[in-house]
Design a protein around this ligand. Structure first.
Ligand code: 5GP
Ligand code: ZN
Length: 114
């Protein structure tokens, strides 16, 4: 999508601090971190939200979780624990309409979330 922020980051038109990249996925540091570790794991293919995902996207989604594991190991939060968040829609707090998985760690998380 031409003007989508994360499509532009995927294309390299907007710089990001990359953590992982392959042909399907880009992971980069959140510009406004909410925890000592805050990485966004983003499928390169544009989906507005998880509401557009289908069964045929299953392999991609499994790969997303492999990348999340990589991020957790890389930032040493795999053993301590961490949180994966997918904000969806207005009340869900989604501000960028391109599917992304927040990986948050390095501090204790609260429940319920705000
Ligand atoms: P959402 O609010 O949609 O769940 O998450 C969007 C996230 O993208 C926010 O945490 C926000 O800080 C992050 N973000 C917004 N613009 C940029 C940007 O230009 N670069 C990076 N690295 N993160 C961004
Ligand atoms: Zn996009």
């Amino acid at each position: 999508m031409e003007n989508c922020l994360f499509c532009r980051i995927v294309r390299g038109e907007i710089p990001s601090t990359k953590v992982f990249e392959d042909d399907q996925i880009l992971a980069f540091k959140d510009i406004e971190p909410q925890a000592p570790v805050h990485v966004l794991v983003v499928p390169k293919k544009h989906y507005d939200s998880i509401m557009q995902l289908k069964a045929e996207d299953g392999a991609l989604l499994a790969h997303v979780f492999e990348v999340i594991q990589y991020v957790a190991n890389e930032f040493d939060i795999a053993e301590k624990g961490f949180r994966v968040v997918v904000n969806t829609g207005k009340e869900g707090g989604q501000s960028v309409d391109h599917v992304h998985f927040h990986v948050l760690g390095g501090r204790s998380m609260e429940w319920p979330p705000g």
